[in-house]
Design a protein around this ligand. Structure first.
Ligand SMILES: [Zn+2]
Length: 305
């Protein structure tokens, strides 16, 4: 895990995606040191200190303890490789078939993590949470699992800032930086709209999922240009646009990774044998109505720190 946000002289947070590589005018939220944007081809893009890395940041890199959105870009629920593979087999043989799972096949850690539960008898079934690592949970239900977690993590971080402040603890600045980084991530998924496009290119049909904060027509023009580098006759149709649903993009890619269709370097395209089922999945999502806490999280990002 890396440092992916810095603070501009105006007081606003900027993400690594918003800057060009090299030395920036951004400062580390934890120590105020200058930051350099590392945007190479090997490591994930991130900020490094232009001078020496401060202790809070090096600790967070080492222990993977930067605050991050629950179930946003990682869906393994901390299962180790083998456990995850076993869970996938169990899903394929039992869950997907709607068969009850015999108790002797259940790893107790799965039950502890709330991935499987029993209804009092000796058999088990997958919970909503348990269907996420195997990508089997529909998008509407995914939102219902993830949204409360997003907010409870926010509350946890806010509380720890309040406690540190009230008690005059020396970790107050660090805790505040954690909260700001978390809020910046939350803000980003809330201000983004999820879009789903149909691309027709030289007789082929494929689909693209993505997020944008700009007008969708601008994004469509870019997609058309990208695909035109590989095909001659290209039309792009908008099949759906969901406001404030930036949270879903990566779970969608996880859920449908088996249908991913690479076009050269472009990785966000899919080919579906039955796109109707995918549309039903997307349109099954409730319209996102921002709560007061979420409106506050968006506004906070615009305020000066
Ligand atoms: Zn620092």
């Amino acid at each position: 895990m890396w440092l992916k946000y810095g603070v501009a002289p105006s007081g606003e947070l900027a993400g690594i995606d918003e800057v060009v590589r090299g030395k920036t005018n951004l400062a580390c939220l934890y120590c105020g040191g200058g930051l350099t944007a590392k945007k190479g081809k090997v490591k994930e893009h991130h900020f490094a200190h232009t001078e020496e890395t401060c202790k809070p940041v090096s600790q967070r890199i080492k222990t993977k303890a930067f605050p991050s959105l629950p179930l946003y870009d990682n869906f393994t629920i901390q299962l180790k490789g083998e456990e995850l593979e076993q869970l996938k087999v169990l899903w394929k043989e039992y869950g997907a078939q709607n068969y009850a799972i015999p108790k002797d096949l259940v790893n107790f850690r799965w039950e502890l993590k709330g991935l499987l539960d029993s209804e009092g008898d000796r058999t088990y079934q997958f919970t909503h949470l348990g269907k996420i690592p195997v990508g089997a949970l529909p998008l509407a239900l995914f939102n219902r699992v993830q949204e409360p977690l997003l907010l409870s993590e926010l509350m946890k971080l806010e509380r720890s800032v309040e406690v540190a402040e009230a008690a005059g603890l020396s970790c107050f600045d660090e805790r505040l930086a954690d909260l700001q980084i978390y809020r910046a991530q939350l803000r980003r998924i809330l201000v983004n709209s999820l879009y789903f496009l149909e691309v027709k290119a030289d007789g082929h049909s494929f689909y693209k999922i993505g997020v944008t904060t700009r007008h969708i027509d601008q994004r469509i023009a870019e997609v058309q240009r990208d695909v035109k580098a590989h095909y001659s006759d290209v039309t792009v149709n908008l099949l759906g646009l969901w406001e404030h649903r930036g949270n879903v993009e990566l779970y969608f890619k996880h859920r449908y990774k088996g249908f991913n269709y690479r076009i050269g370097k472009l990785t966000e395209y899919f080919q579906f044998p039955n796109v109707k089922a995918v549309l039903q999945d997307l349109y099954g999502m409730e319209a996102k109505v921002l709560s007061d806490v979420e409106v506050d999280a968006i506004d906070d990002g615009r305020k000066r720190i």
